[in-house]
Design a protein around this ligand. Structure first.
Ligand SMILES: Cc1ncc(COP(=O)(O)O)c(C=O)c1O
Length: 394
């Protein structure tokens, strides 16, 4: 079979040093996964899951596919009660579970925003937001990262220049996936109120971490009533899989009717619904791991100062990124740190803007203080060996 059209593009990627490859597990210390609370490896969670499977009468997990989309045979009382339970946990009126955070964002944005509408989104939004914007028929505009005045200029312009503009949606992440910084939610929510825009907050990296029990940033700040929709994913701190869109009962009904990524796909298997319930039971039962991760974030920031490492972006979340501009340089530095036994990954452009390539360090409740010190000592060694010019451009 002639597949030259594929190999040409792959060769171009290889030449640019950008070829992506799957790699299997390694024995390095995990400073890379999004399993911030260690739930994906939790024995306590395993027991809670067994209890949920018992309720579902699903001790045999094999062959437990859902058999159809939620609108056909894939629905259950258990799934609907779970949605209500999660909505209550996050202090929302209602929620609808999607098969992943990716489909939650694409399913939400592509369906709620219509042709005459406008989506304003932070330029550092996740790829699933970009793809949701592309799938919708609305106009769109990326505002500068965390720049509320840029957003306000645009809102002002839209509301004065085009009074017939129906709905304006503003999309932000409460914690940004690559920089680990927070959206200025209070300011943005207030702008949305002033300009009658609907605020959508992706809480992927805040779920399980912020709020007293991990309810997310919106609850932590008390903005539940000012937000049109929230997306919480289960694949990161919750160590599971899937996502929920939270909002009004009306929004839930709307998504069931119009969101193609919800309608035209097989529902998650019942065992995954049980696993999601078990992770929420674990969150409800103790906030110990949340307290530990918060302590480790403070410790990490303190140690960066102590080791005098420059180049880390300011962040008070488990995501701590060290800028090392240049794809080759960041790949090489990451591989030297990996050789010291730490699982850190380079993030290359175009995933991040050119010149903002970085090593993205993720902290976890299971990382020890000694591991953090040893990692930073390795980072210090490798960064000190870099030519000044590389660091200066960060
Ligand atoms: C901000 C953000 N939103 C959505 C997603 C997608 O979530 P999922 O992995 O559940 O598809 C991610 C995953 O990387 C993310 O970082």
């Amino acid at each position: 079979m002639n597949e030259e059209f594929l190999s040409k593009r792959l060769s171009a990627r290889t030449e640019q040093g950008l070829l992506r490859k799957l790699s299997s597990e390694n024995n390095r210390i995990d400073f890379s996964s999004n399993d911030y609370l260690g739930f994906a490896r939790s024995l306590e969670l395993k027991e809670l899951l067994a209890a949920e499977l018992e309720i579902l009468n699903l001790k045999q997990v094999t062959g437990s596919g859902s058999g159809g989309s939620r609108l056909l045979t894939g629905n259950s009382k258990y799934a609907e009660e779970l949605e209500k339970f999660i909505a209550d946990f996050h202090r929302a009126e209602a929620g609808l579970i999607f098969n992943s955070g990716y489909t939650a964002n694409t399913g939400l944005l592509s369906s709620v925003a219509q042709k005459a509408d406008m989506i304003l989104y932070d330029e550092l939004s996740h790829a699933s937001v970009y793809d949701g914007v592309r799938l919708s028929k609305a106009d769109s505009f990326p505002f500068r990262h965390n720049d509320a005045s840029h957003l306000e200029d645009r809102l002002k312009f839209l509301r004065s220049a085009n009074p017939s503009q129906q709905e304006i949606f503003v999309v932000v992440e409460s914690v940004y996936s690559m920089d680990g910084d927070f959206a200025p939610l209070i300011e943005i929510a207030s702008l949305c109120e002033d300009y009658k825009a609907k605020l959508i907050v992706d809480e992927a990296h805040a779920t399980g971490i912020f709020g007293e029990r991990g309810e997310g940033k919106v609850v932590e700040i008390g903005l539940e009533k000012q937000v049109f929709a929230r997306v919480h994913t289960f694949g990161k701190a919750l160590g599971c899989h899937g996502a929920i869109v939270l909002g009004s009962e009306e929004l839930r009904n709307y998504l069931i009717n119009f969101s193609r990524p919800f309608i035209y796909t097989t529902a998650l298997p019942p065992a995954v619904f049980a696993a999601i319930k078990a992770t929420y039971n674990l969150l409800n039962s103790s906030n110990n791991n949340i307290l530990i991760i918060r302590k480790l974030i403070s410790l990490f920031k303190f140690k960066i100062e102590e080791f005098k490492i420059s180049g880390f972006l300011k962040s008070a979340s488990p995501i701590q990124s060290l800028l090392i501009p240049g794809n080759d340089k960041v790949k090489e530095t990451a591989s030297l740190i990996q050789k010291d036994g730490f699982d850190v990954r380079p993030i290359l452009s175009p995933t991040v803007p050119k010149g903002k390539e970085r090593i993205r360090v993720c902290l976890h409740a299971f990382n020890t203080e000694e591991e953090i010190s040893a990692l930073l000592s390795s980072v210090k060694k490798q960064v000190s060996a870099l030519p000044e010019i590389v660091l200066a451009s960060s």
